[in-house]
Write a protein that binds this ligand. Structure first.
Ligand code: ADP
Length: 649
């Protein structure tokens, strides 16, 4: 099909003096609405011809045109159909044109009354951002000139007849009435600009208002995004809540005037919480360190059931706080006038609370955007808490893995060193004794001593292995007997002296009135031997080892073996009780040992119903090993008559 040329082109040809201008969509909308409003209230049945380009643009104005139809029977609406525009029934004429017609690129509005005339004929310019409606631009004519408006009306009516020949009669009448049959040369008056300008100003004002509203929404969004980014950035830099939380309260608090922002950790069942993190605007009293009521706090009750912030605009009149005189007094004391709470939640569990207190004279009305902002920050803080916890668990896991790895390495080293070395010594000694019958008796004796010492070392290692595995399997039956701690200490010291020569000074400082014990004596002796052996091993002969004891909590005996030796790093105080734990690698050890002694002690002590732990201020500061045992024995420890076997070594 052949299309007529652009209407703008036709108009410019008819009136070569016209100079097209550029208009933004918003300006054309305002101008069109102002022109249409001239029709409202008119008595003279004016002619209105509007081309909306596409059906979708016309749809936004349907209501308006139905209203205009009450004031004129001469309304013609043109658009390229997208749905059912070709068939619509309206109280005015609708003319669907072909989507490829140049009319689809043009915006036209002609209003012709007896006393006024205006026309707008513009062509859309191709835009760089076709998706942005507000960025659309047009080029063309807008004028009150009656002659130009008449030409535009005539040209448009010709187009209308082209598409809707059935309107021949109606269009003919219009052409007659407005003297449009010949090129226009009328002297009829143009539009009176007064009311038109007023309308236009109203439209421009309302567009301005809309732009301002959009700008405010954008800047609120930007503020929220900036804060969230800032806190996310802090979380990325550190996983330490101690660094993240102060930033969160400070940044959030600073976005409000005369306010306090607080953050504390809590669970939903907590009665109160100590305020840990706070930001206060100048002059606002501090709440840091204060115990903040939770269980008797209706706002807290309301906040924990939600995943969004909740606010009270005026605490003095809020019905939620009625009858809570103490709380109101507290709020007054700290000048809380408007109150907002946002729960910090992870996987449905309350982890803490973020609060905003407006402390001005007059109450503050929390806006939807304030609630959204505080909720977003609370969510970020929740994330930080969870990440920090996950990181801590990971670190603990890492430490456990490192300890496990050390244990494994030690086990291999011990097997390699503790088993193989004595074996090869024994082998070498025995071979020499067998092959060299002429060996001098002194050397022969030395060889025999070395072989026997290493055989003893092997024996001890195997014995410790077996003891520990028996203890760990839970097959040991403890045998309760009446015994004093001094007897146990004496037996232990005797054993120690039998296999260790160069001992440090050992002081026994037991109170004379220690009660009789009812426990497995051999177990206690075993523990004492191992603790004393370690104390002597890691303390030079110039040092001192002390044994003390006291009754605690009325029914427990606490024994302490203290030394002035090499000490233990505080981070290792628990690990020393692990199997095969040794501070140095087995091969670099200067003192013998299996790394099983303390693991055996822990098994025995817990088997007897007590606890064992180590204390040390660190390297070179000596160590203290404490263990407790019930004075009356474990409730399930059998009496001697009932005991079957007793195996602790
Ligand atoms: P070991 O046979 O190697 O002494 P233990 O289980 O008895 O094995 O002790 C494990 C480790 O704990 C020792 O290797 C040592 O590093 C540390 N330890 C134990 N007692 C003391 C102590 N009194 N002073 C310093 N370190 C000690």
């Amino acid at each position: 099909m052949e299309f007529l040329p652009s209407l703008l082109q036709d108009l410019l040809q008819a009136h070569p003096h016209l100079r097209p201008q550029i208009y933004f969509k918003a300006s054309l909308t305002a101008l069109s609405h102002a022109m249409e409003d001239q029709v409202l209230g008119s008595q003279d049945d004016p002619l209105v011809i509007a081309n909306f380009q596409k059906e979708r643009y016309y749809r936004q104005e349907t209501r308006r045109y139905r209203q205009l139809a009450q004031y004129s029977s001469q309304i013609y609406v043109l658009a390229a159909p997208e749905t059912d525009f070709a068939q619509v029934q309206e109280p005015y004429e609708t003319i669907a044109f072909h989507p490829d017609d140049p009319l689809a690129q043009e915006w036209h509005l002609v209003v012709l009354g007896t006393h006024y005339a205006a026309c707008l004929v513009c062509r859309e310019r191709l835009s760089d951002s076709p998706l942005m409606d507000q960025a659309r631009r047009f080029e063309g004519i807008w004028t009150f000139d009656r002659v130009v408006s008449q030409t535009a009306a005539r040209l448009l009516l010709q187009r209308i007849l082209h598409y809707q020949p059935r309107l021949q009669e109606k269009v003919h009448q219009v052409l007659q009435r407005y003297e449009l049959t010949a090129p226009a040369t009328t002297n009829l008056p143009g539009i009176h600009p007064g009311p038109f300008v007023e309308r236009l100003v109203t439209y421009l004002q309302s567009s301005q208002y809309k732009i301002l509203k959009a700008y405010r929404a954008l800047s609120d969004q930007e503020r929220q995004q900036r804060l969230v980014n800032l806190i996310t950035g802090a979380i990325r830099q550190t996983l330490n809540p101690e660094e993240i939380f102060p930033i969160a309260v400070q940044e959030l608090g600073q976005t409000f005037h005369e306010c306090r922002c607080i953050l504390y950790r809590c669970r939903s069942h907590h009665a109160s919480a100590r305020i840990e993190y706070e930001y206060t605007a100048p002059g606002v009293p501090s709440l840091k360190g204060v115990d903040w009521p939770l269980s008797d706090n209706p706002l807290f009750g309301l906040a924990i059931g939600r995943d969004r912030a909740i606010g009270l605009n005026d605490v003095t009149t809020a019905p939620e706080l009625r009858g809570h005189a103490d709380l109101l007094k507290l709020l007054q004391q700290y000048r809380v006038r408007s109150w907002l709470m946002a729960p910090i939640i992870h996987q449905g569990m309350l982890m803490g609370m973020l609060e905003l207190h407006y402390c001005g004279e007059k109450p503050y009305t929390w806006r939807e955007v304030d609630l959204a902002l505080v909720t977003a920050i609370a969510n970020q803080v929740g994330l930080a808490v969870v990440q920090a916890q996950a990181y801590k668990s990971l670190e603990e896991l890492n430490q456990q893995l490192a300890a496990l790895d050390r244990t494994r390495t030690n086990l291999i080293a011990i097997i390699g060193h503790e088993l193989r070395t004595p074996l090869s010594t024994i082998q070498v000694c025995l071979e020499s004794l067998a092959t060299e019958p002429g060996m001098p008796p002194a050397i022969r004796q030395e060889m025999l001593n070395a072989a026997m010492a290493d055989a003893e070392r092997l024996h001890k290692l195997i014995q410790d292995f077996l003891t520990l595995s028996r203890l760990e399997s839970g097959r040991v039956q403890w045998q309760a007997e009446a015994i004093t701690l001094s007897e146990c200490v004496e037996l232990a010291l005797a054993q120690l002296r039998s296999h260790r020569q160069c001992l440090p000074q050992i002081q026994v400082e037991l109170p004379a009135d220690l009660p009789l014990l009812r426990t497995d004596g051999e177990g206690i002796v075993e523990v004492l031997v191992k603790l004393l052996d370690n104390a002597c091993k890691f303390t030079g002969p110039e040092g001192r080892v002390t044994i003390r004891a006291q009754v605690i909590e009325g029914n427990m005996l606490e024994v302490v073996v203290a030394d002035t030796g090499r000490g233990i790093e505080p981070s290792q105080l628990q690990a020393v009780f692990d199997r095969f734990y040794q501070e140095e690698e087995a091969l670099r050890r200067t003192v013998g040992g299996t790394g099983l002694g303390l693991a055996i002690c822990r098994q025995i002590v817990s088997g007897l119903g007590g606890q064992i732990w180590a204390e040390s201020a660190g390297r070179g500061k000596g160590s203290k090993f404490h263990f407790t045992i019930p004075l009356g024995g474990r409730p399930d420890t059998p009496e001697p008559s009932q005991a079957q076997t007793q195996q602790t070594s």
